[in-house]
Ligand binder design. Structure first.
Ligand SMILES: O=C(O)COP(=O)(O)O
Length: 230
């Protein structure tokens, strides 16, 4: 495990971690389903399908609604036309902005590693006025692989200037994809419990969990010190 000595880079997942985007994704999914004369999905169903990126989202919708698999490109194109600037129903989780500002003020380089397409990610970060806080932004189409593969997280850390042979960083996320990605990249993982996770938290590899962003800066300093002692 790569030890994070403060102020080390901190990389964040986006959907279900910094933002509650499920209502916008749900609205765009149902817009496409309606266009194709297919019954709607509930918000809970769509929330459970988020985390693997747009391709995985539609694989899951096609399986759930018993749609024609060969029409996936058509569904995804219609979805992207709605999703590319969908921010109206999206909200930041409480205390995200002051927490990011505190971490940046303490000298932590901040990054994003999400499976959300890069253009949509950038639109969301600009919409909330937080794009300037991130020194690296890796989206679901920035590198050939997507989480749970470790490559996107490694790319986000290295773009923050960490030594690629021995990157020291922390990843903050909410889902099964994030936990598996962090494990594969040997990066300590902090899990936000109010996100879109479907698995009991004890079953996911993580260093610590939190349910309040205001508590994150203190947790990061404590965990960084504890890790550096090993
Ligand atoms: O599934 C998505 O589109 C994005 O999910 P993530 O931000 O949690 O990686």
């Amino acid at each position: 495990m790569n030890v994070c000595l403060a102020p080390c880079p901190i990389v964040f997942d986006l959907d279900g971690t910094l933002i509650d985007s499920a209502p916008d994704i749900h609205a765009c999914v149902n817009y496409v389903l309606e266009e194709h004369g297919t019954p709607h999905l509930t918000l809970e169903q769509v929330r459970a399908f988020i985390g693997g990126g747009v391709d995985v989202l539609w694989q899951k919708i096609i399986a759930a609604q018993e749609l024609q698999d060969d029409r996936k490109p058509e569904y995804m194109a219609a979805f992207m036309a709605c999703y590319h600037d969908a921010t109206q129903l999206t909200a930041l989780f409480p205390d995200v902005i002051p927490t990011l500002e505190t971490l940046a003020d303490r000298g932590h380089p901040l990054g994003i590693c999400t499976n959300k397409p890069l253009a949509v990610t950038q639109a969301v970060l600009s919409h909330f006025g937080i794009a300037h806080l991130f020194g690296s932004v890796i989206g679901g189409d920035s590198v050939p692989e997507r989480k749970p593969h470790p490559a996107p997280l490694r790319a986000a850390i290295q773009a923050l200037g960490a030594d690629p042979r021995n990157p020291k960083a922390i990843y903050v996320g909410d889902s099964e994809f994030d936990a598996a990605c962090a494990l594969a990249a040997s990066v300590p993982f902090l899990i936000y419990t109010k996100g879109y996770r479907q698995t009991p938290i004890e079953e996911l590899p993580h260093l610590a969990s939190f349910d309040d962003f205001a508590a994150l800066p203190a947790m990061i300093e404590t965990q960084a010190l504890a890790l550096s002692a090993h």
